[in-house]
Design a protein around this ligand. Structure first.
Ligand SMILES: Nc1nc2c(ncn2[C@@H]2O[C@H](COP(=O)(O)OP(=O)(O)OP(=O)(O)O)[C@@H](O)[C@H]2O)c(=O)[nH]1
Ligand SMILES: [Mg+2]
Length: 472
């Protein structure tokens, strides 16, 4: 089967490379605010499971279209000879530094690529674009035009009218924000432009749809694993008689923390890989929040899981869990309110440093010391009995997954992970989660509860799910 190839062409700095990055799902494509950032034509295959579904060719911007068109006119007898004239131009000028960029852009077209012509809908239309559109028409290749509204839609209508004279298919396509459905629609459109591509592009769309489902399921299962593991996680260490316990307690807390921080990071990395992200930046704040701050209740406040939502979580969980496990409730809400009290009183981070961190650490898990029959003591830290802890982990994981799934590969902004967590969660879901967490914590029907949790998470990870469940 022929692999469809699309050359993305246009003036410098119109978002060509951005469109390539988005459609090829490749965050390594070089994108820059300066014009002339792409110097060489380069192919970017869209691969799923090792199979290339289609290819995008990024090209340098056209700047000397008028001179090229003059040459073409002077070297072409009739309309039937136009594609051959374009080919002749490229062949005769490939070593000519004056037409370097034009040859780079036209070479893949001459070799059989389809054309995606890109303009900026926030800049006015001008007749001076017509020379390059004319050249593309002369090539005789299937083509469509995309209006990329880089800084707004002010001139989109004007562009539609102008482009309509040269291209049968014109669409507005935001290179940085196009949803997946819009990307797939574009592939389908191309399938209609060239009969040879119909079948491979229909197949590509079907595979990408399925891939989306696999991404959702994969992400949900990574997140479910993380939450269940975190709820049950515990570290312990035997200490011979006569040795001090305090250093061991400190060490265990560090080990506990380090493990869960690593697991959270690993989960994020796996989700990013599922969605083909390998070059993601995280915001400065995101980076610091990502590290051990997971264990600083003071920081939970910063993620929007503020006083109110913490109380709501505790209250609904408490109302629910209270009857059966009163002790857990006391421990959790006591710890919670203690933490919040200090938080409110010491706003601005008065409680910090080692003392603060260790104090808060106690609110997440507990240190236990047990005698060992053969001598010495067994010191353990965890599992966490803090009602809010799994909510915080879940909220962070779902926020990260959502940011990844709605992102395009053209977006070079850092992931902003410092946003409110679970603010979209309804009361009944909150209660249901609290019950599931409590059951997992107490090893009641763990298999069933895990499946239930997995299904809820998969639903939230699916961007096709009703949006009232997901913020933004
Ligand atoms: N906000 C926003 N910025 C965009 C969009 N498309 C492109 N840009 C920005 O516009 C600039 C140029 O984007 P590129 O994709 O590098 O443009 P190009 O046409 O490949 O540029 P050259 O390779 O220099 O010809 C970059 O700063 C992009 O971040 C968009 O849809 N929205
Ligand atoms: Mg470029």
């Amino acid at each position: 089967m022929t692999v469809p190839v699309f050359a993305v062409v246009g003036r410098p700095n119109k978002g060509k490379s951005s469109i390539v990055a988005t459609l090829a799902r490749d965050d390594a494509v070089y994108i820059d605010a300066r014009a002339g950032s792409t110097r060489e034509a380069r192919r970017y295959p869209m691969k799923v499971d090792g199979e290339t579904l289609y290819e995008l060719v990024d090209t340098p911007g056209l700047q000397r279209a008028r001179a090229v068109l003059d040459w073409l006119r002077a070297h072409c007898a009739d309309a039937a000879a136009r594609p051959a004239a374009v080919k002749a131009f490229v062949e005769q000028h490939e070593g000519d530094p004056r037409y370097r960029d034009e040859c780079q852009a036209l070479r893949p077209v001459v070799d059989g690529a389809g054309i995606i012509y890109v303009v900026d809908g926030s800049c006015p239309y001008g007749a001076d674009y017509e020379a390059e559109m004319e050249i593309l028409r002369w090539s005789g290749r299937p083509s469509l035009a995309l209006i990329n509204p880089i800084e707004g839609e002010e001139f989109v209508e004007e562009w539609s009218a102008g482009l309509g004279q040269f291209f049968r298919t014109v669409r507005t396509f935001n290179a940085h924000r196009a949803e997946v459905s819009k990307q797939l629609e574009l592939l389908e459109l191309f399938g209609h432009l060239d009969p040879a591509w119909r079948q491979p592009l229909e197949r590509a769309v079907a595979i990408l749809r399925q891939d989306r489902q696999l991404q959702v399921q994969g992400a949900a299962s990574f997140i479910t694993d993380l939450i269940v593991e975190a709820i049950n996680y515990k570290v312990e260490q035997a200490v011979p008689d006569g040795l001090p316990l305090e250093p061991v307690q400190k060490l265990l807390f560090e080990r506990y923390k380090a493990h869960l921080v690593r697991r959270e990071r690993q989960c994020r990395q796996r989700v990013e890989e599922l969605y083909y992200y390998t070059h993601l930046k995280k915001s400065e704040q995101g980076l610091t929040l990502e590290e051990s701050d997971l264990f600083n209740i003071e920081q939970w406040y910063l993620w929007g899981l503020g006083e109110k939502s913490l109380l709501v979580v505790a209250a609904s969980a408490g109302a629910l869990v209270g009857g059966t496990t009163g002790i857990a409730l006391d421990a959790a809400s006591g710890g919670l309110l203690g933490g919040l009290g200090t938080l409110v009183a010491g706003a601005g981070g008065a409680v910090s440093g080692v003392w603060g961190a260790r104090k808060y650490a106690d609110k997440i898990g507990q240190v236990k010391v047990k005698g060992i029959p053969t001598g010495g003591q067994l010191v353990s830290y965890g599992p966490s009995r803090n009602i809010n802890f799994p909510f915080v982990l879940l909220g962070r994981a779902l926020l990260h997954q959502r940011l990844i799934s709605i992102r395009t590969h053209a977006d070079r902004n850092a992931l902003d992970l410092s946003q409110p967590l679970l603010d979209w969660l309804g009361d009944s879901q909150r209660k249901r989660l609290a019950r599931i967490f409590d059951d997992i914590r107490n090893d009641r029907k763990p298999g069933e509860r895990r499946a239930e949790l997995g299904a809820m998470i998969a639903n939230w990870c699916d961007d096709g799910a009703p949006t009232q469940q997901r913020g933004g």
